[in-house]
Structures are given as structure tokens and as C-alpha cells.
Design a protein around this ligand. Structure first.
Ligand SMILES: [Zn+2]
Length: 237
């Protein structure tokens, strides 16, 4: 690594500024990963916190964290905003980039003793990558824990609703952000859930009509649509 890189890596924004930047990144990542976990839980389907389900959802959430890596420059946001931008402004005004004292073209500042050369521009170094990795790990733990708790809470609420409902086949959507999945109870008291149940189809089903089979209309939904189409055609004079 070059000396300029080292110099940039050693510059630190005030701790408070970094706390704000890291806090915002942690919150953003946790919200994204929490949503990912809940959606993965709904996509996997089934009911209840089984070990296999949790493992699949954690893996899916880790995979989803790939989409957070574009945030890498934001891990250096405090340095960019509190160090590089003010230093550039001072350098333009012929003042020391660190303390702002007028340097009158002297190579070292007579106030703070540091070089008056303009600060090198911010570049992507290993530091923001390390920082983001350190942030994503707790965000993942937090998001998976919160996501699982959220889903278990929703499921236990559903069980309570079933108990108080007079309908033996009670059903409702999962809670936000997995409203695309539906939970149900069967008459024998077994619980289940599936994503987009209205798109579910009987995979075994095949039409007896050979012509339709050739056209790939094996699924019930397509066959129904073709039926309706044919009826409409027949109704026309
Ligand atoms: Zn100075």
C-alpha cells in the first residue's frame, strides 16, 4: 500500500461523527436484512420455528447481504464529510488543511506544525471494507433474531386467532413484510403456510385432451382459461 493510502487510513473523524455514520449504516442494514429474513421465512413455507427452516432463512439472509456492499464508501462518510471536504475548502483558501491557519505558502503550518500540502483525495481503501464487514455481522445477528421473533409472534397470534375463531378452516395472510404468504389451519388441526397460494397448482393434474396437452395446457389454471375462451367463442354468433 502506498504512503498516501496510509496517510488517508490514519485520518480519523471525531468519534461522535463516526458513531452517527456507523449507527445509520447499522440501522439501514438491519432493516434490510430483517425484511429479507421475514420474506425468506414466508418463501420457505411451513409453520413454526424448525431448525431446518431457520438455517435456510439465515443462509438466504446472508446471501441477501451481498446487496449491501454498495454501501462501502458510506462507511467512510464521517472522514469524507468532516475531514476531506473542510480540508479541501481550506486548501483553496490558502489555509492549513488541518487547523485552518493561513500558511502564506510555507511548507509547514506555523500553528499546528503539520504539512500545508493539500490532503490527498479520498480513495477506496481496505478501511471502509473492514468497517462495513464489522457492521454487517452484528446487523445479520440482530436481523435474524428479530425476524425469527417477529415470525414466531405472528404464528402464535394466528394460533390464538384459530382457537377463538368458529371457522374450522381459518386462514389469513402473514404479517408485514410477508403479506404475500398465507397461513391456514386444517380441520384436523394442522397448521401450514405457503407463499402466493392462489398461484398454487396441482402438479399431478393432466388434461385428458391430447390436443391441449400438446399445447402445454396441462395445468388446471390454463385449462380453465382455455375452457372459458372456448365457451366465449361458442357463444358468439
Ligand atoms: Zn495547521
Amino acid at each position: 500500500m502506498s504512503e498516501a493510502h496510509h496517510e488517508i487510513e490514519n485520518l480519523r473523524a471525531p468519534p461522535g461523527a463516526n458513531m452517527i455514520a456507523f449507527g445509520a449504516l447499522l440501522a439501514l442494514s438491519t432493516i434490510f436484512l430483517f425484511t429479507s429474513y421475514c420474506m425468506a421465512r414466508a418463501l420457505v413455507g411451513g409453520f413454526g420455528a424448525h431448525l431446518g427452516t431457520i438455517a435456510a432463512c439465515v443462509l438466504a439472509t446472508i446471501a441477501a447481504s451481498i446487496f449491501l456492499w454498495w454501501l462501502v464508501p458510506f462507511a467512510d462518510f464521517a472522514e469524507i464529510f468532516w475531514l476531506h471536504l473542510p480540508a479541501d475548502r481550506r486548501a483553496r483558501e490558502n489555509r492549513c488543511p488541518f487547523c485552518g491557519y493561513p500558511h502564506e505558502s510555507r511548507p509547514t503550518c506555523s500553528e499546528c506544525g503539520r504539512s500545508t500540502a493539500p490532503l490527498p483525495a479520498w480513495t477506496l481503501t481496505a478501511r471502509p471494507v473492514r468497517r462495513l464487514a464489522c457492521l454487517l455481522f452484528p446487523a445479520l445477528l440482530l436481523a435474524c433474531g428479530m425476524g425469527e421473533a417477529w415470525c414466531v409472534l405472528d404464528e402464535s397470534r394466528f394460533v390464538a386467532e384459530c382457537a377463538s375463531s368458529r371457522d374450522a378452516t381459518y386462514t389469513r395472510s402473514r404479517a408485514f413484510p410477508a403479506g404475500f404468504a398465507r397461513m391456514w389451519v386444517r380441520e384436523d388441526g394442522t397448521f401450514g403456510s405457503e407463499a402466493w397460494p392462489e398461484l398454487g397448482r396441482e402438479r399431478e393434474w393432466q388434461t385428458s385432451d391430447e390436443l391441449r396437452r400438446e399445447r402445454g395446457l396441462g395445468w388446471k389454471r390454463d385449462a380453465d382459461a382455455a375452457d372459458a375462451e372456448e365457451k366465449e367463442r361458442g357463444a358468439r354468433p
